[in-house]
Design a protein around this ligand. Structure first.
Ligand SMILES: O=C(O)c1ccc(O)c(O)c1
Ligand SMILES: [Mg+2]
Length: 622
Protein backbone atom coordinates (compact mmCIF):
# COMPACT_ATOMS: atom_id res chain seq x y z
CA UNK A 1 0.00 0.00 0.00
CA UNK A 2 1.07 3.61 -0.35
CA UNK A 3 2.71 5.18 2.67
CA UNK A 4 2.37 8.72 3.91
CA UNK A 5 3.32 10.73 6.99
CA UNK A 6 2.16 14.06 8.39
CA UNK A 7 4.96 16.62 8.48
CA UNK A 8 4.11 17.30 12.15
CA UNK A 9 5.51 13.87 13.05
CA UNK A 10 9.16 14.83 12.52
CA UNK A 11 11.67 17.37 13.82
CA UNK A 12 13.29 20.00 11.63
CA UNK A 13 12.38 22.61 9.04
CA UNK A 14 9.92 21.73 6.31
CA UNK A 15 12.43 21.00 3.48
CA UNK A 16 14.54 18.89 5.85
CA UNK A 17 11.48 16.90 6.90
CA UNK A 18 10.48 16.35 3.27
CA UNK A 19 13.96 15.15 2.31
CA UNK A 20 14.00 12.67 5.21
CA UNK A 21 10.50 11.46 4.33
CA UNK A 22 11.51 10.84 0.71
CA UNK A 23 14.77 9.15 1.75
CA UNK A 24 12.84 6.78 4.03
CA UNK A 25 10.78 5.60 1.06
CA UNK A 26 7.40 7.23 1.71
CA UNK A 27 5.16 7.88 -1.29
CA UNK A 28 3.77 11.14 0.00
CA UNK A 29 2.89 13.47 2.86
CA UNK A 30 0.19 15.30 4.75
CA UNK A 31 1.23 18.93 4.90
CA UNK A 32 0.48 20.22 8.36
CA UNK A 33 -0.58 23.83 8.07
CA UNK A 34 1.81 25.13 10.73
CA UNK A 35 4.78 23.69 8.87
CA UNK A 36 3.73 25.75 5.87
CA UNK A 37 2.95 28.90 7.86
CA UNK A 38 6.40 28.99 9.42
CA UNK A 39 8.19 28.25 6.15
CA UNK A 40 9.69 31.13 4.22
CA UNK A 41 8.95 29.71 0.75
CA UNK A 42 5.60 29.85 -1.06
CA UNK A 43 3.15 26.93 -1.33
CA UNK A 44 4.33 26.60 -4.95
CA UNK A 45 7.90 26.17 -3.66
CA UNK A 46 6.73 23.36 -1.40
CA UNK A 47 4.92 21.77 -4.33
CA UNK A 48 8.08 21.83 -6.40
CA UNK A 49 10.29 20.48 -3.57
CA UNK A 50 7.85 17.57 -3.21
CA UNK A 51 7.82 17.00 -6.96
CA UNK A 52 11.62 16.94 -7.09
CA UNK A 53 11.68 14.44 -4.24
CA UNK A 54 9.02 12.26 -5.86
CA UNK A 55 6.55 12.89 -3.02
CA UNK A 56 2.86 13.29 -3.57
CA UNK A 57 0.97 15.69 -1.29
CA UNK A 58 -1.97 13.58 -0.21
CA UNK A 59 -3.61 15.89 2.30
CA UNK A 60 -3.66 19.42 3.69
CA UNK A 61 -4.64 19.74 7.34
CA UNK A 62 -6.19 20.74 9.65
CA UNK A 63 -9.15 23.03 9.07
CA UNK A 64 -10.69 23.66 12.49
CA UNK A 65 -13.75 24.90 14.34
CA UNK A 66 -16.02 25.24 11.35
CA UNK A 67 -19.34 23.47 11.87
CA UNK A 68 -22.04 24.47 14.35
CA UNK A 69 -20.62 27.91 15.12
CA UNK A 70 -23.00 30.80 15.90
CA UNK A 71 -24.74 31.74 12.63
CA UNK A 72 -23.02 35.07 12.14
CA UNK A 73 -19.71 33.21 11.83
CA UNK A 74 -20.73 30.88 9.01
CA UNK A 75 -20.07 33.23 6.10
CA UNK A 76 -16.72 34.17 7.58
CA UNK A 77 -15.80 30.52 8.04
CA UNK A 78 -16.78 29.64 4.49
CA UNK A 79 -14.63 32.49 3.28
CA UNK A 80 -11.75 31.15 5.40
CA UNK A 81 -12.26 27.73 3.79
CA UNK A 82 -12.12 29.20 0.29
CA UNK A 83 -8.83 30.92 1.08
CA UNK A 84 -7.42 27.54 2.08
CA UNK A 85 -8.78 25.90 -1.07
CA UNK A 86 -6.85 28.48 -3.14
CA UNK A 87 -3.71 27.76 -1.16
CA UNK A 88 -4.26 24.05 -1.72
CA UNK A 89 -4.34 24.64 -5.48
CA UNK A 90 -0.94 26.28 -5.24
CA UNK A 91 0.29 23.29 -3.23
CA UNK A 92 -1.23 20.86 -5.72
CA UNK A 93 -3.37 18.93 -3.22
CA UNK A 94 -7.07 18.18 -3.51
CA UNK A 95 -7.90 16.75 -0.11
CA UNK A 96 -8.48 18.69 3.11
CA UNK A 97 -8.95 17.45 6.67
CA UNK A 98 -11.73 19.15 8.61
CA UNK A 99 -11.63 18.19 12.26
CA UNK A 100 -14.71 18.31 14.44
CA UNK A 101 -15.34 21.52 16.33
CA UNK A 102 -13.87 21.73 19.85
CA UNK A 103 -15.12 25.23 20.77
CA UNK A 104 -17.32 25.74 23.83
CA UNK A 105 -19.79 27.78 21.82
CA UNK A 106 -20.28 25.04 19.22
CA UNK A 107 -24.02 24.46 18.86
CA UNK A 108 -24.84 20.83 19.56
CA UNK A 109 -27.41 20.39 16.85
CA UNK A 110 -26.93 17.69 14.22
CA UNK A 111 -29.26 19.39 11.69
CA UNK A 112 -27.36 22.65 11.84
CA UNK A 113 -24.02 20.82 11.68
CA UNK A 114 -25.20 18.94 8.59
CA UNK A 115 -26.24 22.22 6.95
CA UNK A 116 -22.74 23.60 7.57
CA UNK A 117 -21.00 20.49 6.30
CA UNK A 118 -23.18 20.57 3.21
CA UNK A 119 -22.25 24.22 2.67
CA UNK A 120 -18.50 23.54 2.85
CA UNK A 121 -18.90 20.52 0.55
CA UNK A 122 -20.66 22.70 -2.03
CA UNK A 123 -17.85 25.28 -1.86
CA UNK A 124 -15.26 22.51 -2.11
CA UNK A 125 -17.01 21.16 -5.21
CA UNK A 126 -16.55 24.51 -6.93
CA UNK A 127 -12.81 24.18 -6.27
CA UNK A 128 -12.59 20.48 -7.08
CA UNK A 129 -11.60 19.72 -3.53
CA UNK A 130 -12.65 16.88 -1.27
CA UNK A 131 -13.21 17.59 2.41
CA UNK A 132 -12.71 14.73 4.87
CA UNK A 133 -14.42 15.05 8.24
CA UNK A 134 -12.49 13.71 11.24
CA UNK A 135 -14.02 13.28 14.68
CA UNK A 136 -11.53 14.44 17.31
CA UNK A 137 -11.86 12.36 20.48
CA UNK A 138 -12.33 15.62 22.42
CA UNK A 139 -14.75 17.18 19.90
CA UNK A 140 -17.36 19.43 21.57
CA UNK A 141 -20.27 17.55 19.99
CA UNK A 142 -18.95 15.12 17.39
CA UNK A 143 -16.28 12.93 19.00
CA UNK A 144 -16.61 9.50 17.43
CA UNK A 145 -16.25 8.26 13.88
CA UNK A 146 -19.70 6.73 14.19
CA UNK A 147 -21.31 10.08 14.90
CA UNK A 148 -19.31 11.73 12.12
CA UNK A 149 -20.28 8.95 9.71
CA UNK A 150 -23.98 9.25 10.54
CA UNK A 151 -23.80 12.91 9.47
CA UNK A 152 -21.62 12.40 6.39
CA UNK A 153 -23.77 9.48 5.26
CA UNK A 154 -26.96 11.52 5.62
CA UNK A 155 -25.51 14.52 3.74
CA UNK A 156 -24.38 12.22 0.92
CA UNK A 157 -22.32 14.80 -0.96
CA UNK A 158 -19.54 13.58 -3.29
CA UNK A 159 -17.13 16.21 -1.97
CA UNK A 160 -17.63 15.25 1.67
CA UNK A 161 -16.22 12.05 3.16
CA UNK A 162 -14.60 10.56 6.25
CA UNK A 163 -11.11 10.73 7.66
CA UNK A 164 -10.44 7.87 10.03
CA UNK A 165 -7.74 8.35 12.65
CA UNK A 166 -6.84 5.35 14.80
CA UNK A 167 -5.99 7.47 17.83
CA UNK A 168 -9.39 9.13 18.12
CA UNK A 169 -11.16 5.81 17.73
CA UNK A 170 -9.00 3.58 19.90
CA UNK A 171 -8.44 6.15 22.66
CA UNK A 172 -12.18 6.20 23.41
CA UNK A 173 -12.44 2.41 22.94
CA UNK A 174 -15.04 2.93 20.25
CA UNK A 175 -16.80 0.01 18.58
CA UNK A 176 -14.90 -0.88 15.40
CA UNK A 177 -17.55 -2.92 13.60
CA UNK A 178 -19.07 -0.05 11.64
CA UNK A 179 -15.72 0.72 9.98
CA UNK A 180 -16.19 -2.22 7.64
CA UNK A 181 -19.50 -0.80 6.41
CA UNK A 182 -18.36 2.63 5.29
CA UNK A 183 -18.33 2.57 1.46
CA UNK A 184 -14.74 2.78 0.27
CA UNK A 185 -15.33 5.91 -1.81
CA UNK A 186 -16.43 7.65 1.39
CA UNK A 187 -13.16 6.95 3.20
CA UNK A 188 -11.11 9.92 2.06
CA UNK A 189 -8.04 9.21 4.18
CA UNK A 190 -6.70 6.99 6.97
CA UNK A 191 -4.39 8.23 9.71
CA UNK A 192 -2.53 5.88 12.00
CA UNK A 193 -0.98 6.38 15.40
CA UNK A 194 -0.28 4.07 18.30
CA UNK A 195 -0.01 5.18 21.95
CA UNK A 196 0.91 3.77 25.34
CA UNK A 197 -2.17 3.24 27.53
CA UNK A 198 -2.34 6.15 29.96
CA UNK A 199 -4.90 7.55 32.33
CA UNK A 200 -4.96 11.21 31.35
CA UNK A 201 -6.82 13.89 29.48
CA UNK A 202 -7.32 12.59 25.93
CA UNK A 203 -6.18 15.83 24.24
CA UNK A 204 -2.90 15.86 26.18
CA UNK A 205 -2.47 12.15 25.51
CA UNK A 206 -2.94 12.73 21.77
CA UNK A 207 -0.76 15.80 21.48
CA UNK A 208 2.25 14.44 23.38
CA UNK A 209 2.26 10.65 23.54
CA UNK A 210 1.26 9.28 20.17
CA UNK A 211 3.85 6.91 18.75
CA UNK A 212 4.44 4.77 15.70
CA UNK A 213 2.49 1.54 15.17
CA UNK A 214 4.10 -1.21 17.22
CA UNK A 215 5.59 1.18 19.77
CA UNK A 216 2.48 1.61 21.92
CA UNK A 217 -0.29 -0.59 23.24
CA UNK A 218 -3.14 -0.11 20.78
CA UNK A 219 -4.12 -3.06 18.61
CA UNK A 220 -3.93 -1.10 15.38
CA UNK A 221 -4.53 -4.14 13.21
CA UNK A 222 -8.04 -4.37 14.67
CA UNK A 223 -8.63 -0.82 13.44
CA UNK A 224 -7.05 -1.18 10.01
CA UNK A 225 -8.47 -4.59 9.12
CA UNK A 226 -12.15 -3.50 8.86
CA UNK A 227 -11.12 -0.45 6.84
CA UNK A 228 -9.41 -2.74 4.35
CA UNK A 229 -12.42 -5.03 4.41
CA UNK A 230 -14.46 -1.95 3.43
CA UNK A 231 -12.21 -1.81 0.37
CA UNK A 232 -10.04 1.21 1.21
CA UNK A 233 -7.01 1.33 -1.08
CA UNK A 234 -5.68 4.82 -0.37
CA UNK A 235 -2.52 5.69 1.53
CA UNK A 236 -1.78 4.66 5.11
CA UNK A 237 -0.63 7.83 6.81
CA UNK A 238 1.17 8.35 10.10
CA UNK A 239 0.11 11.32 12.17
CA UNK A 240 2.24 11.36 15.28
CA UNK A 241 2.31 14.14 17.84
CA UNK A 242 5.15 13.16 20.16
CA UNK A 243 7.51 15.27 22.24
CA UNK A 244 10.46 12.89 21.80
CA UNK A 245 10.11 12.69 18.03
CA UNK A 246 9.99 16.47 17.77
CA UNK A 247 13.54 16.42 19.12
CA UNK A 248 14.86 13.18 17.60
CA UNK A 249 17.09 12.95 14.51
CA UNK A 250 14.83 13.53 11.50
CA UNK A 251 16.24 10.89 9.14
CA UNK A 252 16.33 8.09 11.67
CA UNK A 253 12.81 8.83 12.90
CA UNK A 254 11.54 8.83 9.31
CA UNK A 255 13.16 5.43 8.68
CA UNK A 256 11.58 3.87 11.75
CA UNK A 257 8.28 5.55 10.88
CA UNK A 258 8.25 3.80 7.53
CA UNK A 259 9.21 0.51 9.13
CA UNK A 260 6.31 0.84 11.57
CA UNK A 261 3.86 0.94 8.65
CA UNK A 262 5.38 -2.20 7.16
CA UNK A 263 5.05 -3.85 10.55
CA UNK A 264 1.41 -2.81 10.83
CA UNK A 265 0.73 -4.16 7.34
CA UNK A 266 2.22 -7.49 8.36
CA UNK A 267 0.20 -7.63 11.59
CA UNK A 268 -2.96 -6.70 9.71
CA UNK A 269 -2.35 -9.32 7.04
CA UNK A 270 -1.89 -11.97 9.74
CA UNK A 271 -4.98 -10.78 11.57
CA UNK A 272 -7.08 -10.95 8.41
CA UNK A 273 -5.75 -14.37 7.50
CA UNK A 274 -6.40 -15.63 11.01
CA UNK A 275 -10.02 -14.64 10.50
CA UNK A 276 -10.17 -16.35 7.11
CA UNK A 277 -10.47 -13.06 5.26
CA UNK A 278 -8.48 -12.89 2.04
CA UNK A 279 -5.71 -10.45 2.76
CA UNK A 280 -5.11 -7.46 0.57
CA UNK A 281 -2.56 -8.55 -1.99
CA UNK A 282 -0.65 -5.32 -1.55
CA UNK A 283 -0.07 -5.79 2.20
CA UNK A 284 3.58 -6.22 3.15
CA UNK A 285 4.45 -9.86 3.42
CA UNK A 286 8.06 -10.39 4.56
CA UNK A 287 9.86 -13.65 5.30
CA UNK A 288 8.43 -15.08 8.51
CA UNK A 289 10.21 -14.51 11.81
CA UNK A 290 12.96 -17.06 12.42
CA UNK A 291 12.90 -18.96 15.66
CA UNK A 292 15.34 -17.45 18.18
CA UNK A 293 16.98 -20.27 20.08
CA UNK A 294 19.63 -18.58 22.21
CA UNK A 295 22.33 -15.94 22.41
CA UNK A 296 25.04 -17.55 20.30
CA UNK A 297 27.80 -15.23 21.50
CA UNK A 298 28.53 -11.80 22.85
CA UNK A 299 31.50 -9.99 21.33
CA UNK A 300 33.49 -7.32 23.14
CA UNK A 301 35.63 -4.72 21.43
CA UNK A 302 38.86 -4.40 23.40
CA UNK A 303 42.35 -3.01 23.19
CA UNK A 304 45.30 -4.87 24.65
CA UNK A 305 44.87 -3.72 28.20
CA UNK A 306 41.10 -4.28 28.27
CA UNK A 307 41.72 -7.69 26.75
CA UNK A 308 44.09 -8.64 29.55
CA UNK A 309 41.69 -7.35 32.16
CA UNK A 310 38.59 -9.00 30.73
CA UNK A 311 40.51 -12.22 30.16
CA UNK A 312 41.17 -12.16 33.90
CA UNK A 313 37.50 -11.48 34.76
CA UNK A 314 36.35 -14.26 32.42
CA UNK A 315 38.77 -16.71 34.02
CA UNK A 316 37.56 -15.74 37.47
CA UNK A 317 34.03 -16.37 36.24
CA UNK A 318 35.11 -19.88 35.29
CA UNK A 319 35.42 -19.42 31.53
CA UNK A 320 38.10 -21.16 29.57
CA UNK A 321 39.78 -19.74 26.49
CA UNK A 322 38.96 -22.45 23.99
CA UNK A 323 39.62 -20.76 20.68
CA UNK A 324 42.02 -18.47 18.90
CA UNK A 325 40.81 -17.14 15.56
CA UNK A 326 42.75 -18.59 12.62
CA UNK A 327 43.42 -15.25 10.95
CA UNK A 328 42.36 -12.51 13.35
CA UNK A 329 43.16 -11.18 16.79
CA UNK A 330 39.99 -12.66 18.20
CA UNK A 331 39.64 -15.10 21.07
CA UNK A 332 36.79 -17.25 22.23
CA UNK A 333 35.85 -18.10 25.81
CA UNK A 334 33.42 -20.84 26.70
CA UNK A 335 31.56 -22.28 29.61
CA UNK A 336 28.41 -24.41 29.37
CA UNK A 337 26.44 -23.03 26.44
CA UNK A 338 27.96 -19.57 26.84
CA UNK A 339 30.32 -18.10 24.27
CA UNK A 340 32.12 -14.80 24.82
CA UNK A 341 34.44 -13.25 22.26
CA UNK A 342 37.18 -10.66 22.71
CA UNK A 343 38.07 -8.81 19.53
CA UNK A 344 41.10 -6.59 19.13
CA UNK A 345 41.72 -7.16 15.43
CA UNK A 346 43.27 -4.02 13.86
CA UNK A 347 41.22 -2.18 11.24
CA UNK A 348 38.08 -4.17 11.99
CA UNK A 349 34.52 -3.20 12.87
CA UNK A 350 35.37 -3.99 16.50
CA UNK A 351 38.33 -1.63 16.49
CA UNK A 352 36.31 1.22 15.01
CA UNK A 353 33.71 0.54 17.66
CA UNK A 354 36.40 0.53 20.32
CA UNK A 355 37.77 3.85 19.06
CA UNK A 356 34.42 5.51 19.78
CA UNK A 357 33.08 3.57 22.76
CA UNK A 358 36.09 2.02 24.51
CA UNK A 359 35.71 -1.50 25.95
CA UNK A 360 32.17 -2.39 24.94
CA UNK A 361 29.80 -4.94 23.49
CA UNK A 362 30.25 -4.41 19.75
CA UNK A 363 28.19 -7.38 18.55
CA UNK A 364 25.59 -9.79 19.80
CA UNK A 365 24.89 -13.02 17.94
CA UNK A 366 21.68 -14.97 17.96
CA UNK A 367 21.24 -18.63 17.21
CA UNK A 368 18.23 -18.87 14.93
CA UNK A 369 16.41 -21.62 13.08
CA UNK A 370 17.38 -20.10 9.72
CA UNK A 371 19.93 -17.29 9.43
CA UNK A 372 19.21 -16.59 5.77
CA UNK A 373 15.54 -16.16 6.55
CA UNK A 374 16.28 -13.83 9.48
CA UNK A 375 18.53 -11.73 7.25
CA UNK A 376 16.02 -11.62 4.40
CA UNK A 377 13.32 -10.41 6.76
CA UNK A 378 15.59 -7.70 8.16
CA UNK A 379 16.46 -6.53 4.65
CA UNK A 380 12.81 -6.47 3.64
CA UNK A 381 12.22 -4.23 6.63
CA UNK A 382 14.92 -1.90 5.37
CA UNK A 383 17.60 -2.78 7.93
CA UNK A 384 21.20 -1.98 7.13
CA UNK A 385 23.29 -5.09 6.74
CA UNK A 386 26.97 -5.46 7.43
CA UNK A 387 29.59 -7.56 5.69
CA UNK A 388 33.01 -7.55 7.28
CA UNK A 389 36.30 -8.50 5.71
CA UNK A 390 36.56 -12.29 5.61
CA UNK A 391 39.81 -14.04 6.49
CA UNK A 392 40.95 -17.21 4.71
CA UNK A 393 38.46 -20.07 5.25
CA UNK A 394 36.41 -17.86 7.55
CA UNK A 395 32.66 -18.35 7.40
CA UNK A 396 30.38 -15.52 6.42
CA UNK A 397 27.95 -14.63 9.23
CA UNK A 398 24.95 -12.49 8.22
CA UNK A 399 24.72 -9.30 10.30
CA UNK A 400 22.57 -6.22 10.62
CA UNK A 401 23.10 -2.94 12.41
CA UNK A 402 21.23 -2.44 15.68
CA UNK A 403 19.81 1.04 16.37
CA UNK A 404 23.02 2.05 18.21
CA UNK A 405 25.26 0.93 15.34
CA UNK A 406 26.45 -2.27 17.02
CA UNK A 407 26.16 -5.53 15.09
CA UNK A 408 23.58 -8.27 15.45
CA UNK A 409 24.58 -11.59 13.91
CA UNK A 410 22.28 -14.42 12.88
CA UNK A 411 23.72 -17.92 13.11
CA UNK A 412 22.17 -21.27 12.41
CA UNK A 413 25.43 -23.17 12.58
CA UNK A 414 26.88 -21.79 15.79
CA UNK A 415 28.72 -24.99 16.54
CA UNK A 416 30.49 -24.93 13.18
CA UNK A 417 32.22 -21.58 13.37
CA UNK A 418 34.19 -22.70 16.38
CA UNK A 419 35.62 -25.42 14.16
CA UNK A 420 36.00 -23.49 10.91
CA UNK A 421 37.10 -20.05 12.14
CA UNK A 422 39.04 -20.93 15.29
CA UNK A 423 41.95 -23.06 16.39
CA UNK A 424 40.01 -24.63 19.18
CA UNK A 425 40.64 -26.93 22.07
CA UNK A 426 37.98 -28.77 24.02
CA UNK A 427 36.69 -27.22 27.19
CA UNK A 428 37.86 -29.57 29.93
CA UNK A 429 36.71 -27.59 32.96
CA UNK A 430 33.55 -28.06 34.96
CA UNK A 431 30.87 -25.59 33.86
CA UNK A 432 29.41 -23.68 36.79
CA UNK A 433 27.59 -21.23 34.53
CA UNK A 434 25.26 -22.72 31.94
CA UNK A 435 23.70 -20.15 29.69
CA UNK A 436 23.05 -16.47 29.07
CA UNK A 437 19.78 -15.79 30.86
CA UNK A 438 19.59 -12.17 29.67
CA UNK A 439 21.78 -9.22 28.83
CA UNK A 440 20.75 -5.65 29.49
CA UNK A 441 21.65 -2.57 27.50
CA UNK A 442 21.52 1.06 28.54
CA UNK A 443 20.14 3.31 25.81
CA UNK A 444 19.31 7.02 25.48
CA UNK A 445 15.69 7.62 26.61
CA UNK A 446 14.58 8.99 23.24
CA UNK A 447 15.61 5.75 21.52
CA UNK A 448 13.46 3.36 23.60
CA UNK A 449 10.65 3.31 21.03
CA UNK A 450 13.08 2.70 18.18
CA UNK A 451 14.69 -0.25 19.95
CA UNK A 452 11.36 -1.84 20.80
CA UNK A 453 10.16 -1.51 17.24
CA UNK A 454 13.45 -3.00 16.02
CA UNK A 455 13.05 -6.12 18.16
CA UNK A 456 9.33 -6.47 17.54
CA UNK A 457 9.47 -6.10 13.77
CA UNK A 458 12.76 -7.76 12.80
CA UNK A 459 13.01 -10.36 15.56
CA UNK A 460 9.31 -10.92 16.25
CA UNK A 461 10.00 -10.33 19.95
CA UNK A 462 7.42 -9.27 22.51
CA UNK A 463 7.77 -6.59 25.18
CA UNK A 464 7.02 -6.68 28.87
CA UNK A 465 5.67 -3.81 30.93
CA UNK A 466 8.05 -0.97 31.57
CA UNK A 467 9.18 -0.76 35.20
CA UNK A 468 10.37 2.35 36.99
CA UNK A 469 13.13 1.68 39.52
CA UNK A 470 14.99 3.81 42.03
CA UNK A 471 18.67 4.64 41.58
CA UNK A 472 20.22 6.54 44.51
CA UNK A 473 20.58 9.56 42.18
CA UNK A 474 17.37 9.41 40.17
CA UNK A 475 15.16 6.95 38.39
CA UNK A 476 15.74 4.32 35.77
CA UNK A 477 13.16 2.65 33.59
CA UNK A 478 13.47 -0.84 32.26
CA UNK A 479 11.55 -2.58 29.51
CA UNK A 480 12.28 -6.16 28.54
CA UNK A 481 12.14 -7.37 24.94
CA UNK A 482 12.22 -11.13 24.60
CA UNK A 483 11.62 -13.99 22.22
CA UNK A 484 8.16 -15.48 22.62
CA UNK A 485 9.44 -18.51 24.50
CA UNK A 486 11.99 -16.46 26.52
CA UNK A 487 15.06 -18.11 24.98
CA UNK A 488 16.49 -14.62 24.43
CA UNK A 489 15.75 -11.79 26.88
CA UNK A 490 17.08 -8.27 26.64
CA UNK A 491 16.15 -5.61 29.20
CA UNK A 492 16.43 -2.09 27.73
CA UNK A 493 17.28 0.47 30.40
CA UNK A 494 16.93 4.23 30.28
CA UNK A 495 17.35 7.12 32.66
CA UNK A 496 16.51 10.78 32.20
CA UNK A 497 18.62 11.83 35.20
CA UNK A 498 22.19 12.97 34.90
CA UNK A 499 23.85 11.15 37.77
CA UNK A 500 22.33 7.68 37.75
CA UNK A 501 24.37 4.57 36.99
CA UNK A 502 22.86 4.41 33.51
CA UNK A 503 23.84 8.02 32.90
CA UNK A 504 27.36 7.28 34.11
CA UNK A 505 27.63 4.40 31.68
CA UNK A 506 26.51 6.71 28.83
CA UNK A 507 29.39 8.98 29.68
CA UNK A 508 31.85 6.08 29.79
CA UNK A 509 30.59 4.61 26.51
CA UNK A 510 29.77 7.90 24.84
CA UNK A 511 26.40 6.41 24.01
CA UNK A 512 24.44 3.28 24.60
CA UNK A 513 26.13 0.13 25.78
CA UNK A 514 26.03 -3.12 27.68
CA UNK A 515 24.83 -2.81 31.27
CA UNK A 516 25.17 -6.37 32.39
CA UNK A 517 25.16 -10.00 31.35
CA UNK A 518 23.23 -12.46 33.51
CA UNK A 519 24.40 -16.08 33.48
CA UNK A 520 22.27 -18.88 34.78
CA UNK A 521 23.59 -21.63 36.99
CA UNK A 522 22.12 -24.88 38.28
CA UNK A 523 23.56 -24.61 41.78
CA UNK A 524 24.07 -21.06 42.85
CA UNK A 525 25.60 -21.76 46.27
CA UNK A 526 28.24 -24.05 44.80
CA UNK A 527 28.86 -21.58 41.96
CA UNK A 528 29.26 -18.59 44.24
CA UNK A 529 31.65 -20.54 46.45
CA UNK A 530 33.69 -21.34 43.36
CA UNK A 531 33.69 -17.74 42.15
CA UNK A 532 34.80 -16.59 45.59
CA UNK A 533 37.59 -19.14 45.49
CA UNK A 534 38.55 -17.58 42.11
CA UNK A 535 38.67 -14.18 43.88
CA UNK A 536 35.92 -12.71 41.72
CA UNK A 537 34.86 -9.48 43.40
CA UNK A 538 31.20 -9.88 44.32
CA UNK A 539 29.01 -6.96 45.21
CA UNK A 540 28.59 -6.69 48.97
CA UNK A 541 24.94 -6.50 50.03
CA UNK A 542 24.11 -4.58 53.24
CA UNK A 543 22.80 -6.46 56.29
CA UNK A 544 19.60 -4.39 56.34
CA UNK A 545 18.56 -6.04 53.12
CA UNK A 546 18.48 -9.44 54.85
CA UNK A 547 16.52 -8.05 57.78
CA UNK A 548 13.93 -6.85 55.30
CA UNK A 549 13.88 -10.21 53.48
CA UNK A 550 13.08 -12.04 56.69
CA UNK A 551 10.15 -9.66 57.26
CA UNK A 552 8.85 -9.97 53.69
CA UNK A 553 9.17 -13.65 52.96
CA UNK A 554 8.75 -16.84 54.85
CA UNK A 555 12.42 -17.87 54.91
CA UNK A 556 14.17 -19.72 57.71
CA UNK A 557 17.03 -18.21 59.65
CA UNK A 558 19.61 -20.68 58.42
CA UNK A 559 18.72 -20.04 54.79
CA UNK A 560 18.90 -16.28 55.33
CA UNK A 561 22.31 -16.60 56.91
CA UNK A 562 23.44 -18.63 53.95
CA UNK A 563 22.17 -15.95 51.55
CA UNK A 564 23.98 -13.24 53.45
CA UNK A 565 27.22 -15.21 53.58
CA UNK A 566 27.13 -15.45 49.79
CA UNK A 567 25.88 -11.88 49.15
CA UNK A 568 22.89 -13.44 47.45
CA UNK A 569 19.68 -11.59 46.70
CA UNK A 570 16.29 -13.25 46.78
CA UNK A 571 12.99 -12.57 45.00
CA UNK A 572 9.64 -14.30 44.62
CA UNK A 573 6.85 -13.83 42.14
CA UNK A 574 3.14 -14.18 42.77
CA UNK A 575 2.99 -17.58 41.07
CA UNK A 576 5.30 -19.20 43.59
CA UNK A 577 8.50 -18.85 41.55
CA UNK A 578 11.70 -17.64 43.17
CA UNK A 579 15.12 -16.42 42.12
CA UNK A 580 18.52 -16.23 43.76
CA UNK A 581 21.08 -13.89 42.27
CA UNK A 582 24.43 -12.30 42.90
CA UNK A 583 26.36 -9.50 41.20
CA UNK A 584 29.95 -8.80 40.35
CA UNK A 585 31.42 -5.37 40.86
CA UNK A 586 31.38 -3.03 37.88
CA UNK A 587 33.94 -3.22 35.11
CA UNK A 588 35.14 0.38 34.64
CA UNK A 589 31.80 2.21 35.14
CA UNK A 590 30.48 0.15 32.24
CA UNK A 591 29.11 -3.32 32.78
CA UNK A 592 28.94 -6.06 35.37
CA UNK A 593 27.92 -9.69 35.57
CA UNK A 594 25.03 -11.33 37.34
CA UNK A 595 24.73 -14.98 38.24
CA UNK A 596 21.26 -16.30 38.86
CA UNK A 597 19.20 -19.36 39.43
CA UNK A 598 15.48 -19.48 38.73
CA UNK A 599 13.16 -21.79 40.69
CA UNK A 600 9.60 -22.96 39.92
CA UNK A 601 9.25 -21.02 36.69
CA UNK A 602 10.17 -17.59 38.09
CA UNK A 603 9.92 -15.40 34.98
CA UNK A 604 10.95 -11.96 36.26
CA UNK A 605 14.33 -10.27 36.53
CA UNK A 606 14.63 -9.50 40.23
CA UNK A 607 13.61 -5.88 39.66
CA UNK A 608 12.59 -5.63 43.33
CA UNK A 609 16.28 -5.91 44.15
CA UNK A 610 17.53 -3.45 41.54
CA UNK A 611 17.50 -0.44 43.91
CA UNK A 612 19.59 -2.41 46.46
CA UNK A 613 22.00 -3.39 43.71
CA UNK A 614 22.29 0.15 42.35
CA UNK A 615 22.96 1.57 45.81
CA UNK A 616 25.49 -1.13 46.70
CA UNK A 617 27.30 -0.65 43.39
CA UNK A 618 27.46 3.06 43.99
CA UNK A 619 28.83 2.51 47.48
CA UNK A 620 31.51 0.22 46.02
CA UNK A 621 32.33 2.38 43.00
CA UNK A 622 32.06 5.98 44.06
O1 LIG B 1 -4.71 17.64 17.94
C1 LIG B 1 -5.27 18.16 16.98
O2 LIG B 1 -5.74 19.28 16.99
C2 LIG B 1 -5.43 17.36 15.73
C3 LIG B 1 -5.43 17.97 14.50
C4 LIG B 1 -5.55 17.23 13.36
C5 LIG B 1 -5.69 15.86 13.41
O3 LIG B 1 -5.80 15.10 12.32
C6 LIG B 1 -5.69 15.25 14.65
O4 LIG B 1 -5.81 13.92 14.68
C7 LIG B 1 -5.55 15.98 15.80
MG1 LIG C 1 -5.86 12.98 12.80
Amino acid sequence: MKHSIATVSLSGMLPEKLRAIAAAGFDGVEIFENDLLYYEGSPADVKSICQDLGLEIFLFQPFRDFEGMPRERLTKNLHRAEKKFELMHELGVDRMLLCSNVQNNCIKDDTMIMDDLYAIAEKAALHNIKVGYEALAWGAHVNSYRHAWSLVKEIDHPNLGMILDSFHTLSIKDDLTELAYIPKEKIFFVQLADAPLMKMDVLEWSRHFRCFPGQGQFNLQYFLAPILVAGYEGPLSLEIFNDEFRAAPTEQTACYARRSLLYLEELTRNHLQYNYITAHQSLFSPAPVAQYESVAFLEFAVDESARTELNHWFEQLGFQKTGQHKSKDVSLYQQGDINLVLNSEPDSFAQHYYAIHGPSLCASAFKVSNAEQALTRAKQYGCHTYEGRLGPKEQFIPAILAPDGSLQYFLDNAADIHQTDFFSKPNDQVAYLNSIDHFAIGIPPETMDIWTLHFKSIFGFVTEHELTLADPYGLMKSKVVRSIDSTVRIPLNISENKHTSIARSFTAYRGSGLQHVAFSTKDIFETVAKLQENNLKLLKIPENYYEDLSAKFDLDEQFLNKLQAHNLLYDEDEKGGAMLHVYSEIFGNRFFFEILQRFNGYSQYGANNTPVRLTAQRAANN
